[in-house]
Design a protein around this ligand. Structure first.
Ligand code: NAP
Ligand code: G3H
Length: 472
């Protein structure tokens, strides 16, 4: 056992004597442990978050910013440790882990700048013959924010919820994914060193299936910001908590490759988009819809590039790393096996040792195969050959996941027309699907989520208008 970290409740680093082992995807052995909190501690976290909120929001913006800047400095000076923990508990390469911390620090800077520009709207009465009214509409914090994050970006997707909430005067209860909890609690330890006022920032750990409903149904919550799977997201939607809800869920992002595409560019973007972090990204390219007249050439070029992706340990910065656990690997394997049994063509990969699956490329995938529709969250890319652009659009729109899509073509008019037809959150032209830069609004619809994240958008979701009308 390497690492044991405490939860953060009301400014104290605590545990309750019950522990949850964190199993490393590198060797499927325990890497550390975090508190398995129960109802008592969870209710305490919300109680203190509520009690401290008014005082926190009464600080000046610049006072709140100074705490966040100190935290950002500590995250920066501990990025090597954070990357090491991420490598062990979620299998992210050391290099990518450091990038994730750097990206998140940039996010904090950006959020701080944006928070300085949250100005009230001032309106004069100008209807019903009313002229003698001056309305000032300010944004005020909603109160207590519950942030629940997934395993795959334990720093970035947490910071993206916590910092916009805190900067405008909310308090936060943050629950990281179990694999991701050590990273979350390490960030909490750094926040403890900053010395945020008691109760303002709380981090609770425990298995989602054990404490999820307790968290979501706590009456102190004003906003729930959740990122994770569609199954858990839909469960939260249905719980009837009546809270404002922002959901970032799964994806099945298609890459549409048209006849006239620059194939060298398309291949480079698709490979990076599909296989980075072994495909464990909501925005990964998860299916290729290609014009059948260029499919052979595209597959040939993809094979060359995918064969360069070495599988191994995140500690050696390998491109393909073990997926999060054996269950996830079995799921990916199930999708591959189903496609191959139904006569898809294996171009490359399908080598497996425990939860390390080599980069897998499968051609001639059809609508009858699960791989055409389900999100693998693993290093496997299906190629679906299409007769024409209309078929590509139909298949792209048929998925219930609607996060992003990308189109590769030299014909910008065609790209714009297709983008118009695609029912999805965001369309990328001649570039892979991607959340970043984090300053862009980020959103999915249907099974991919509800609400919008970003910088200004997240600030808007954790604040509400408060009006003041001066009659003169
Ligand atoms: P997950 O299994 O849904 O878990 C997400 C979070 O929810 C974890 O903190 C988990 O805790 C918690 N949780 C589990 N059951 C819960 C319950 N009943 N109530 C409340 N919370 C509960 O997802 P994941 O495997 O970590 O992440 C992968 C999924 O997230 C993929 O589908 C991916 O596409 C999606 N994702 C989406 C975005 C986006 O921005 N759209 C970004 C990243 C990931 P435990 O870990 O303790 O179970
Ligand atoms: O997994 C979801 C992340 O938000 C993806 O972010 O597209 O920048 O890798 P990314």
């Amino acid at each position: 056992m390497n690492l044991e970290l405490n939860a953060l409740i009301n400014g104290e680093l605590i545990n309750n004597g019950d522990w949850l082992e964190i199993i490393s995807p590198i060797n499927n052995k325990p890497y550390g442990r975090v508190p398995a909190l129960k109802e008592k501690e969870i209710n305490e976290a919300f109680k203190w978050a509520r009690q401290s909120q008014k005082e926190w929001s009464n600080l000046t913006l610049f006072e709140r910013i100074s705490y966040l800047q100190k935290w950002a400095k500590l995250l920066e000076s501990h990025k090597t440790e954070l990357a090491k923990i991420m490598a062990h508990e979620i299998g992210k390469s050391l290099k990518d882990g450091q990038v994730e911390v750097e990206r998140s620090i940039e996010y904090i800077d950006y959020t701080i700048e944006e928070a300085k520009r949250v100005f009230p709207e001032t309106l004069t009465g100008d209807g019903w013959n009313i002229k003698n009214k001056l309305g000032i509409f300010s944004r005020v914090p909603k109160g207590v924010i519950l942030a629940i994050s997934p395993f795959n970006y334990p720093v970035n997707l947490s910071i993206a919820k916590i910092v916009p909430s805190l900067v405008v005067g909310n308090t936060v209860v943050f629950k990281p994914a179990t694999n991701g909890s050590l990273t979350g609690l390490y960030m909490a330890k750094l926040a403890f060193e900053v010395g945020f006022p008691k109760g303002v920032f709380n981090v609770v750990t425990g298995r989602g299936r054990d404490i999820g409903d307790l968290l979501v149904l706590n009456p102190e919550i004003d906003v729930i910001s959740f990122t994770g799977s569609v199954a858990v997201g839909n469960h939260i939607r249905k719980l009837g908590h009546g809270k404002y809800l922002v959901l970032e869920l799964g994806g099945k992002d298609p890459a549409l490759v048209l006849k006239d595409a620059d194939l060298t560019k398309a291949v480079k973007e698709i490979v990076a988009g599909a296989y980075a972090y072994s495909g464990q990204r909501c925005t990964a390219v998860k299916r290729v819809l290609v014009d059948e007249t260029i499919a052979d050439e595209l597959v040939k070029l993809l094979k060359i590039e995918v064969s360069k992706l070495e599988a191994g340990s995140p500690l050696d910065n390998k491109a393909i790393i073990p997926v999060i656990d054996l269950k996830a690997a079995d799921f990916v394997q199930g999708l591959i096996d189903d496609a191959l049994v139904k006569k898809a063509t294996l171009i490359l990969g399908n080598q497996r040792k425990d939860n390390l699956i080599s980069a897998t490329l499968i051609d001639h995938v059809t609508s009858e195969m699960r791989l055409a529709w389900e999100e693998p969250f693993g290093p496997v890319l299906p190629i679906i050959r299409c007769k024409n652009v209309e078929e590509m659009i139909t298949l792209a729109n048929k998925s219930n996941f609607k996060l992003q899509a990308c189109i590769f073509t030299k014909d910008i008019n065609a790209a714009l027309n297709i983008a118009n037809e695609l029912e999805t959150g965001t369309v990328n032209i001649n570039g892979r699907t991607q959340r970043g830069p984090d300053s862009f609004p980020f959103f999915g619809i249907n099974d991919s989520g509800q609400g919008v994240q970003g910088i200004r958008e997240t600030i808007n979701s954790v604040t509400r208008f408060k009006g003041l009308v001066i009659n003169y």
